[in-house]
Design a protein around this ligand. Structure first.
Ligand code: ZN
Length: 246
């Protein structure tokens, strides 16, 4: 079984279209989404509709809550608050209702788990190996896919001389063959707002039967996505950061 794993699409239609076209050439059986379908980007309805129609399993992200009335956004940065208020006004009731009922992770699929932030807390960010080490003990499966940081790659935990060492992939492997005796927290990266210095849209295909994860990056029409952000009156920083991937 080949799983297409998408995260943090953030209402970026151009990025989603490019990822969907690229993934179609590689082939997959099921589509899994790690949350933050909306927020920041200018096409919340189009993206929510695509995910509704194409994704087999979706966990909710913090922006999915904030952009519907199930979550408040008081803790958000002013730019994120502005975008979630705008998104609430734009969302059709059917999409808003769908987002509001998305389940919290972890959700088990096959022999791995899906979360938005971390195994122990859907809102926790896993940026460094210390944070990953504190969280991985809560992982119920050998492999947990997570998002939230918008950084492609993740962490591996190996048993060495009676202790567990957690390390981050500093260079994301194009193809990662999992070792049976290690634990993994894997991030497909963000489709719609990468923050790892590479502005290309990110995604992952996981071949569960072979225990191999493939990490991909795809060019997309950033200019059009930026123009839509300007036209919508969303904060301009949201457009500029698409070009830098920061
Ligand atoms: Zn996000």
């Amino acid at each position: 079984m080949r799983f297409l794993i998408l995260s943090d699409i953030h209402a970026n239609w151009e990025a989603l279209e490019a990822v969907s076209a690229d993934a179609a050439t590689r082939g997959f059986d099921l589509v899994l989404c790690l949350g933050d379908v909306v927020g920041y980007g200018p096409n919340p309805n189009e993206v929510a509709e695509w995910v509704t129609n194409h994704a087999d399993v979706v966990v909710r992200g913090n922006h999915d809550r904030a952009c519907t009335y199930v979550g408040n956004h008081d803790s958000f940065h002013p730019i994120a608050q502005h975008s979630s208020t705008w998104t609430r006004e734009q969302l059709l009731p059917c999409h808003s209702d769908w987002l509001a009922q998305l389940p919290r992770g972890p959700l088990q699929v096959d022999n791995f788990d899906l979360v938005h932030g971390a195994p122990d807390d859907e809102d926790r960010y896993l940026f460094d190996s210390e944070e990953a080490a504190a969280s991985i003990r809560y992982a119920a499966e050998q492999v947990t896919f997570f998002g939230h940081t918008h950084v492609q790659g993740g962490f591996v935990a190996r048993r060495l001389h009676g202790t567990t060492e957690v390390s981050r992939f500093h260079k994301v492997p194009a193809q990662l063959a999992l070792e049976w005796d290690s634990l993994y927290l894997l991030n497909p990266g963000s489709v719609g707002q990468p923050r790892d210095g590479d502005p290309r849209a990110a995604y992952c295909i996981y071949e569960a039967h072979k225990s191999v994860a493939h990490f991909y990056r795809v060019d997309y029409d950033i200019r059009t996505a930026q123009e839509k952000i300007f036209e919508a009156g969303l904060p301009e920083e949201l457009a500029y950061r698409l070009a830098t991937g920061r």
